[in-house]
Ligand binder design. Structure first.
Ligand code: CA
Length: 304
């Protein structure tokens, strides 16, 4: 088993001025952080948490290390909020997935109401539990799931990264198998689309992560786009795991795989992992240059 295609997309949506979502796209580590707090504090909190996960990505090898890294992210957001009055009380959700190809499992760390789903065969299953007021009221039988979806307090979360000195993260792993498609998303997606609608979009996109990312964000905007929308998707496929390079040059890595696009007139970026049009174009340009230099060398050799 190994990671197949993967993609991410983040969009401000139609109502918000700023995008306070952040993401982590560092295969085999993927994540979402949805910040909250006044002024720009939400953006700061999500940014700090995502940066902490990226910085420590090479230390993640299972549940214990993932839990430690979420605790570290919590400490960094908390310390900043204590030191900087402009960011007092800020926090962020974190939903992070680490693909452990050796054990054929996907390890999750989760705090807040961002979500992880797994599409296996045609069944979409939510594999995280929301740490939200409405989720608790559904669990205790006070609200039906349908009432929770429309509840005015549905975005009130009961746990967040950075709002307290200590953090209680859900950390667990699920078995992965070739053909599984995983989706991590912020509530800007799940408030706009039901689980059935998300499943329909994934199947209509033929499980292609990049196509699905675009279609999910477009659908959330069509349904109102009331909040920032961020999705990260990755699939598992048959095959030997690829060797992780010991030292990876991020800029080089980015240049070879990134595709930037605009959607819906809002600034949005799509990145697909693998040979995107940008990568192919660069490769083609390289080949043309090599051929031109070769032809020139041959020309001079013949002339002489
Ligand atoms: Ca949100």
């Amino acid at each position: 088993m190994r990671i197949g295609r993967s993609a991410w997309l983040t969009d401000t949506g139609r109502r918000r001025v700023r995008n306070e979502d952040a993401y982590v796209f560092e295969p085999p580590l993927f994540g979402i952080a949805d910040g909250m707090g006044g002024a720009r504090a939400g953006e700061v909190a999500a940014g700090i948490a995502a940066a902490a996960l990226k910085d420590r990505r090479r230390d993640v090898d299972g549940e214990a290390s993932l839990e430690a890294i979420i605790a570290e992210a919590n400490r960094l957001v908390w310390e900043r909020s204590v030191a900087d009055p402009h960011t007092a009380g800020m926090g962020t959700t974190v939903t992070v997935a680490f693909v452990d190809t050796a054990s054929e499992r996907v390890v999750f760390g989760h705090v807040g109401d961002s979500r992880a789903y797994r599409l296996r065969a045609d069944e979409l299953e939510q594999i995280t539990t929301d740490h939200s007021l409405v989720a608790e009221l559904v669990q205790s039988g006070v609200l039906t799931p349908e009432e929770a979806e429309r509840h005015p307090q549905r975005s009130a979360i009961t746990r967040a990264v950075g709002t307290e000195r200590a953090i209680d993260a859900d950390v667990f792993s699920v078995p992965g198998q070739p053909g599984d498609l995983f989706l991590l998303c912020s509530d800007g997606l799940t408030d706009m689309l039901s689980e059935d609608e998300i499943a329909e979009v994934l199947l209509a996109a033929d499980r292609d992560p990049a196509a699905a990312a675009e279609a999910l964000v477009a659908a959330a905007n069509e349904h109102g786009g009331e909040d920032n929308i961020t999705v990260v998707l990755f699939e598992l496929e048959e095959g030997e795991p690829e060797e992780q390079p010991a030292q990876e040059d991020d800029d080089e890595h980015a240049a070879e795989t990134d595709v930037l696009e605009e959607t819906q007139g809002d600034p949005a970026a799509v990145r697909t992992h693998g040979a995107g049009p940008g990568g192919r174009l660069a490769a083609l340009a390289f080949i043309v240059v090599v051929l031109a230099v070769g032809a020139l060398a041959l020309y001079w050799a013949i002339r002489r």
